[in-house]
Ligand binder design. Structure first.
Ligand SMILES: [Zn+2]
Length: 80
């Protein structure tokens, strides 16, 4: 996992944040596809999002106005 390489640079609070995000305990919205809690760093007021680190996905099938997907659904989209 690439995430683990940055893990050691995070302080305890940041680690807890990350864990909450991954486990779905912290969420900013619901995934438009599966309805599961999803987390968007942008919605949370940050300037970048975890989705920027993923390979570009083809989101042309998705509703433009809708919110982003959860990590699971985004990873399932075809690569662009
Ligand atoms: Zn989803």
């Amino acid at each position: 996992m690439e995430e683990l390489s940055e893990w050691r640079f995070l302080d305890n609070e940041q680690r807890q944040d990350k864990v909450d995000q991954l486990s779905g305990e912290q969420s900013t919205h619901q995934c438009q596809q599966c309805g599961e809690p999803a987390y968007c760093d942008i919605s949370a007021g940050k300037s970048t999002c975890w989705c920027f680190e993923l390979e570009k996905r083809d989101t042309s099938e998705l509703e433009k106005s809708a919110t982003c997907l959860c990590r699971k659904c985004l990873s399932k989209l075809p690569l662009k």
